[in-house]
Design a protein around this ligand. Structure first.
Ligand code: NAD
Length: 485
């Protein structure tokens, strides 16, 4: 066993995962098993919080809110920057845990933790000021942005820490307090981060509890929570919206995507193939805004497919702690079976050709070979639905117009991209894509100052940027009579 793997066993033997509630670390709740996707075996136990712990966390967050929202913005920013630095410092300690529960290579887990620190710093540096709407003989109107109160954050298992930290930064910077629930598949690294946060934030400002799906449903129905910031699947997002309606909670939903990349006849194939392969296979294809289908002009389709297949074959697949590994397993059995079933269906279709990969690896755990498949049309579920795994279909199209029409079909609209040498043409096509972010000659770039979210069933509202911060706030218009009246 490699040295890093050994150290994590030792560390786990000494470390007890605990919830952070009201500034205290608690191990309440029956333990549930956390599975290592590289082996398919339970490697750690985590306490599962229930209704009582949720009530306690919400009450603590409510009490803490009054003090936290009264802090000047600069003070909240400074505390978040201190937290970002502490998180970056703790990255080497927490990364093995993140790798172990999520499956991603150790270097990528370290990167996720470091990038989380950067995002916290950037999000909590955005300008956040009242706006003077107008001042004239009708009076002065100021738009006053106020925190909502207690936010409930619910996160998924693909980037457990990064996606949770986006919520921490946005909710706390805007003067709210937070009750955060990581995915039950990957609760441990987020609980470890909560320990780092414990003495940095005043008690109750940040609460982190490991809980299952029922716990999440409890949050969405809880009368003491004012907003839900949810990242996860479309199906669960719809449940969140329905449940939140009983108390008219504010909601932001960051949901699934089936991003299309459209490759034009004049695209730079070297650059395009490398970038598309990176997007399709990074994090084992488990990224909401990964390229999930490629529509390639018939003039470049074959060459592009060959080049992407070469990249796929060259990827070193293995467990997080193996030397030089670039792609790990699918994170959980359910997702692994879903991706394999999409692949089996695709392979059975007339005209389908597997250019790289094509199935599960013959080893324990949830490993699937990076797979490139051509010859499918949009009736194949692998093209029409979100696969969320390391299998990319490349589809031949006659022209860009056809590609845009096919990219826009379907219920999802998170992201999309256009690849070509003519900037004006690319920009014109990008505007025609029905998605929250349209990239040109890049895909999946996600900056803290740029509002991010989905059209159609890919989401509701936006996170990031000042617009995203405002979604954690309530707008009050202050309307004063003109002076002298
Ligand atoms: P999921 O919907 O199964 O679970 C997400 C979270 O919701 C988990 O913490 C889960 O415990 C909780 N949950 C489950 N049922 C609930 C309920 N009834 N009420 C409240 N919470 C509940 O999603 P997942 O499988 O963990 O994540 C994968 C999905 O997330 C993919 O579709 C992916 O595209 C999407 N995703 C979207 C973004 C984005 O920013 N748009 C980012 C990452 C992942």
């Amino acid at each position: 066993m490699p040295a890093t793997d050994f150290r994590i066993e030792e560390a786990l033997a000494q470390w007890q995962p605990r919830h952070l509630v009201g500034g205290e670390l608690l191990a309440q709740g029956a333990p549930f098993g956390v599975v290592d996707p590289s082996s398919g075996e339970v490697f750690a136990e985590c306490p599962e919080a229930g209704v009582e712990e949720l009530d306690c966390a919400v009450s603590s967050a409510r009490v803490a809110w009054h003090g936290w929202k009264a802090q000047p913005l600069e003070k909240r920013r400074a505390v978040l920057h201190t937290f970002a630095a502490a998180l970056e410092e703790a990255a080497p300690l927490i990364a093995p845990l993140l790798s172990r529960e999520q499956g991603k290579p150790l270097s990528q887990a370290e990167m996720e933790l470091k990038v989380s620190g950067t995002h916290i710093r950037h999000l909590s540096s955005l300008p956040l000021e009242d706006e003077l709407l107008r001042k004239d003989d009708r009076g002065a109107v100021v738009l006053n942005w106020r925190p909502l109160g207690v936010v409930g954050g619910i996160s998924p298992w693909n980037f457990p820490v990064a996606l949770a930290m986006h919520k921490v930064a946005q909710a706390l910077y805007t003067g709210n307090t937070l009750v955060l629930k990581p995915s039950p598949y990957t609760p441990l690294a987020t609980l470890a981060v909560a320990e780092v946060a414990k003495d940095i934030f005043p008690a109750g400002v940040l609460n982190v509890l490991a809980g299952g799906n029922a716990f999440g449903a409890g949050m969405t129905a809880h009368a003491g929570i004012d907003k839900i910031s949810f990242t996860g699947s479309v199906a669960t997002g719809k449940r969140v919206m329905e449940s939140a309606s009983a108390t008219l909670k504010r909601i932001t939903l960051e949901l699934g995507g089936n991003d299309a990349a459209i490759v034009l006849e004049n695209a730079d194939l070297d650059v395009t193939a490398a970038a598309l392969a990176r997007s399709a296979f990074y994090n084992c294809g488990q990224i909401c805004m990964a390229v999930k289908r490629i529509y390639a002009h018939e003039a470049v389709h074959d060459e592009l497919a060959v080049r992407i297949a070469e990249k796929a074959r060259a990827l070193k697949v293995g467990s997080a702690f193996e030397e030089g590994v670039e792609m790990g397993p699918v994170q959980n059995r359910m997702q692994y079976e879903k991706v394999l079933s999409l692949l089996d269906d695709s392979k059975s279709r007339e005209g389908a050709t597997v250019l790289a990969g094509g199935g599960a690896l013959d080893r324990p755990g949830y490993f699937i070979a990076p797979t490139v498949i051509t010859g499918l049309d949009d009736t194949a579920p692998l093209v029409a639905e979100e696969q969320f795994g390391p299998v990319i279909p490349i589809v031949r199209v006659r022209n860009a117009e056809e590609a845009v029409e096919r990219a826009n079909a379907g219920n999802l609209g998170l992201g999309g991209s256009i690849w070509g040498r003519d900037g004006a043409r690319c920009a014109e096509l990008a505007r025609q894509l029905d998605c929250g972010t349209a990239w040109i000659n890049r895909h999946g770039v996600n900056d803290s100052d740029v509002p991010f979210g989905g059209m159609k069933e890919s989401g509701y509202g936006r996170e990031h940027g000042v617009m995203g911060l405002h979604s954690y706030m309530e707008l009050q218009a202050i309307n004063a009579i003109p002076p002298g009246n």
